[in-house]
Design a protein around this ligand. Structure first.
Ligand SMILES: Cc1ncc(COP(=O)(O)O)c(C=O)c1O
Length: 393
């Protein structure tokens, strides 16, 4: 399948042309990519291709496996990893569970450090290990709403086995200082799991440069794919020392051996997979990842930084505060603004064809490369007209 969107792409991305490939943007101001992305024509075509293949070929196991491998390879490119270091999973939760099943917590290093910025799944799964001996400790948020390195310094110690942290917080769009936290964790003998779901696709992630040991993410949000598919990166040198008890036939060294006498896990990160791949989701995610890689994540990161900065500046001009950090290095793609009734505000914006979301007492506007200045002005115009009823007093 050839991808229409990337044909004749100039060296500098033409964001107006790219925007035209997302039909919903003709009808809506779409600021909800932190929940799920706008659908690209190429991703829609990939879903249709799946249907065609099912109708014309019926069951084509080889193509199915090939699609899973395509997602593995593209994810590896996205993260600057090797394909052998990537497990294609059904969700972030599936990846974290498989990893947790390979860890033991009965020695002195039984501590798992998470932050108070975590998405629930990356907290609940670690708390679920408590009956197995894990001691889960939270790094608290400081008075200014951020979690500085000092707070991690106080909690990560010689008993810490794993620091499991989000890259960008789903609630307020704050980005943690990952390189500094990784350095600190490694100096104290702990491994680091990065939950990149709110960053991958808008932040240029290089797992080698960041030096993380594990990284999870999913394809539904900024990776332009769909629900029901994600990934787990495992540093190559760690793979064979970890034996997941969460397993299945697609995790075996030889998938087609059909051996029911033993568990023989793959010698690659595929040992963290389980059953039949999420095939239709692989078609869609392959298309989404190709779009992102065709543009290049450094260019996307630059554009998203510009859009989020302008959005915050314009909000400040109309007197509406944001809780998202203003410094570029502390900010992801989401701008969160407090409101008297965030759910009501999001509904009113939807009535004006502006798609946002909300968490706690804050409205979330999430930006991607396909957004532009018109979207900022449409959002600010609507927020201004709703200010008297919804802005915090
Ligand atoms: C940071 C983060 N991690 C994890 C998830 C959920 O992961 P999954 O539903 O794939 O398990 C989300 C959002 O859905 C998220 O924002």
């Amino acid at each position: 399948m050839t991808f229409h969107i990337l044909a004749d792409m100039p060296a500098e991305p033409d964001f107006d042309r790219l925007r035209a490939e997302f039909p919903v943007l003709r009808r809506k101001t779409y600021l909800n990519s932190g929940s799920y992305c706008a659908l690209a024509n190429d991703v829609k075509a990939a879903f249709e291709q799946y249907m065609e293949d099912r109708l014309l070929v019926g069951a084509n196991w080889d193509v199915w496996v090939m699609k899973n491998e395509a997602v593995r390879e593209l994810t590896a490119q996205l993260l600057n990893a090797k394909p052998e270091e990537i497990a294609v999973t059904a969700s972030v939760s599936a990846g974290i569970n498989a990893l947790a099943s390979a860890l033991t917590f009965n020695g002195p290093r039984n501590k798992v450090v998470i932050s108070d910025f975590e998405f629930p799944t990356n907290a609940q799964i670690w708390h679920a290990q408590e009956p197995r001996g894990a001691k889960v400790v939270h790094v608290p948020i400081a008075a200014d709403g951020y979690i500085p390195l000092e707070n991690f310094e106080r909690v990560i110690d010689e008993n810490t086995q794993l620091v499991a942290i989000t890259h960008v917080c789903f609630r307020n769009g704050a980005k943690l200082d990952i390189p500094a936290i990784v350095k600190l964790a490694h100096a104290r003998g702990a491994k680091v799991l990065l939950d990149s779901y709110q960053a991958a696709g808008t932040v240029d992630i290089d797992v080698k440069k960041l030096d993380v040991d594990f990284c999870v993410g999913g394809m539904l949000k900024y990776l332009l794919g769909t629900a029901g598919i994600g990934f787990l990166y495992v540093r190559e040198s760690l793979i064979n020392s970890l034996l997941p008890t969460h397993s299945g036939w697609f995790a075996q060294e030889n998938i087609t051996a059909m051996d029911i006498t033993a568990n023989r896990p793959a010698h690659t990160a595929r040992r963290f997979e389980a059953g039949t791949p999420p095939v239709v989701n692989c078609y869609a995610s392959e298309a989404g990842l190709k779009i992102l890689l065709g543009i290049g994540t450094p260019a996307i990161e630059k554009r998203v930084e510009m859009l989020t900065r302008r959005c915050m500046e314009r909000l400040a001009e109309i007197g509406w505060p944001s809780i998202t950090p203003t410094q570029a290095e502390r900010r992801g793609a989401t701008i969160a603004t407090p409101a008297r009734d965030a759910s009501g505000l999001s509904k009113e914006l939807m009535d004006r064809d502006i798609v946002t979301s909300w968490r706690d007492k804050n409205l979330r506007a999430s930006w991607h490369f396909y957004n532009n200045d018109q979207d900022i002005e449409a959002f600010i115009g609507a927020m201004k007209s709703l200010r008297d009823r919804y802005a915090p007093q």
